[in-house]
Design a binder for this molecule. Structure first.
Ligand code: FDA
Length: 498
């Protein structure tokens, strides 16, 4: 309500926001989350909360008239589909040379992602975040995050025998033929549930091509883990379909937060403002960076660090497909379970997820999402003409990612006598290098904030999401985002709130 006051307000309900919500509410603090996306709890006319990847409707996308699939092309045709504009679950935010995919809803990216729950290699973690005590992270906070997220492992005997992971076994064998190591990847999708799907005793989700537009079953997204636990304290309130538009200092030692409420068609229903003693930015790398850059440029939070908006990277993401000569399987689980691990190769570190292509029919395609060590970074900048925040990533900045991935997949192609697909990311476009799933940075730990995410210049303002991490983490990022949020919240609760 207008003029309302809350002790703690969290902007966004992804990984950082969910950790902050749980730890604040457990400390006895009344906490309010403001989330721009929907609370995904109500089934549509088909009885399902989310739509599948093969039959997308308005639920798939954040206010678009046509889907924007990551793999959007096939043999010369754009395979996207017309849909009704709606407050759907997956956003692809377009910054010119880079489209950034993000989840929209209570649970943030956990609603749409592949669930791969990977702890980074310790030497690389120490390199990217040297001010963070790695012993504490690997001893306490990574295990705490993995437990809180509900991470589990694939049964290797089932993996070896099920038709649903034929694509991954082929990907493994091809990599090993070229001398590359492969590794199982833990996940928050319940592999026991998946085995029951395969056996016909549970309703199919991963085995019904559900991912990126949400999973109706099986996946332990944040609404089922951290956020559910926070709600059980009785101290959590969530306002969905509310977008924070401004944060400014005062009255007193607190902050005023302005927001716009929309309906699922995108029409504005109300504008509101509340005051909060403490505000936690958890809008994701893009959302938090955009807000902070705009607040600094418009004089609402003028004392923010000059480095706000800097240090953004795409975690070296690049996608590629190979035309295989082996059957990859008409039935493919939508949840990845294996990666090619060439990270320790100094000539070109690559950690590549062997990705499914769950089209429901045999396509002889091996698809990969490669994570590379791309040193290029971009900045979020405010355009006073449009009043919008842009990201100055340019097309050529993806080249180091392509070079590293090409080294690995050229070798795999040459050993297995296969070639690249050139039709999946455009017409004669081999590399999916103009979009990413892993936005990181824009408000770096120890630069725009102190070593625990406290924003320089403003006591009571904190950053708890992926914008703290300097552009790269070498593996899929959500476990690191969660563990870093656990570490920072432990410090903040112990020292600022008692
Ligand atoms: P996150 O993006 O999760 O949450 C931010 C929240 O804030 C969102 O809910 C957003 O709607 C909200 N918000 C933004 N601006 C706002 C505003 N102004 N007001 C109110 N709310 C606002 N990672 C991984 O480790 N393993 C994987 O398998 C995958 N796979 C994958 C697939 C796909 C398709 C995507 C898009 C992403 C992945 N990822 C992934 C990446 C992972 O999901 C991502 O790194 C995390 O969700 C980021 O967590 P954050 O807490 O930083 O933000």
């Amino acid at each position: 309500s207008p003029g309302a006051h809350v002790p703690a307000l969290i902007i966004g309900s992804g990984y950082g926001g969910a950790v902050a919500a749980l730890r604040l509410t457990q400390a006895g603090i009344d906490t309010h989350i403001v989330e721009m996306g929907q609370n995904w709890t109500t089934p549509g006319a088909d009885g399902k909360i989310f739509c599948s990847m093969l039959k997308p409707d308005g639920r798939s996308s954040w206010f678009r008239n046509r889907t924007d699939q990551p793999v959007g092309w096939f043999i010369g045709s754009d395979v996207n589909k017309d849909i009704d504009s709606y407050a759907g679950v997956l956003d692809s935010e377009d910054f010119g040379a880079m489209r950034v995919y993000q989840g929209r809803g209570v649970g943030g990216g956990s609603l749409v992602n592949g669930g791969m729950a990977v702890i980074p290699k310790r030497p690389y973690f120490e390199q990217i975040l040297p001010s963070v005590d790695a012993g504490e992270m690997y001893g306490t906070y990574f295990p705490r995050a993995s437990a809180g997220l509900g991470v589990n492992n694939m049964d290797s005997a089932w993996f070896d025998s099920t038709e649903w992971y034929q694509f991954a076994r082929v990907g493994r064998d091809d990599a090993q033929a070229a001398g590359y190591a492969t590794t199982f990847v833990p996940n928050v999708y319940d592999f026991g549930y998946m085995q029951r799907e395969a056996a016909g005793s549970a309703t199919k989700s991963a085995l019904a091509s559900e991912v990126i537009y949400g999973n109706n079953y099986g996946k332990k997204s944040l609404d089922k883990t951290y956020l559910a636990e926070a709600a059980r304290t009785g101290k959590l309130t969530i306002s969905a379909l509310h977008t924070v538009t401004g944060v400014t200092a005062g009255p007193g030692s607190g902050y005023t937060v302005t927001m716009t409420q929309i309906n699922t068609s995108g029409a504005t229903v109300a504008t509101k403002s509340v005051t909060a003693d403490r505000v936690f930015f958890a809008a994701g790398s893009v959302g938090t960076s955009k807000l902070l850059v705009a607040m600094k440029a418009t004089g609402k939070l003028p004392n923010l660090s000059d480095t706000v908006g800097a240090g953004w990277g795409n975690n070296g993401n690049v996608m590629v497909g190979r035309a295989n000569s082996k059957l990859t399987g008409g039935n493919q689980s939508a949840i990845p379970a294996m990666g090619i691990d060439n990270w320790d190769d100094p000539a070109g570190p690559v950690f590549a997820e062997i990705a499914p292509f769950p089209a429901g029919t045999e396509l002889w395609i091996s698809l990969y999402l490669a994570i590379t060590k791309n040193p290029n970074r971009a900045n979020f900048t405010f355009d006073s003409g449009s009043g919008k925040v842009g990201l100055d990533w340019s097309a050529g900045q993806a080249q180091p990612s392509i070079d590293a991935a090409k080294r690995v997949f050229d070798k795999i192609n040459s050993k297995t006598l296969t070639s690249y697909r050139t039709d999946l990311f455009g017409v004669y476009k081999t590399w999916g290098d103009d979009f990413c799933y892993h936005p990181l940075g824009g408000c770096l730990l120890g630069s725009a904030t102190d070593n625990y995410g406290r924003l320089n210049g403003y006591p009571g303002l904190y950053v708890v999401d992926g914008s703290l991490i300097p552009g790269s983490v070498g593996v899929n990022p959500f476990v690191t985002i969660t563990a870093l949020a656990e570490r920072n919240m432990a410090k903040v609760i112990a020292t600022d709130l008692h």
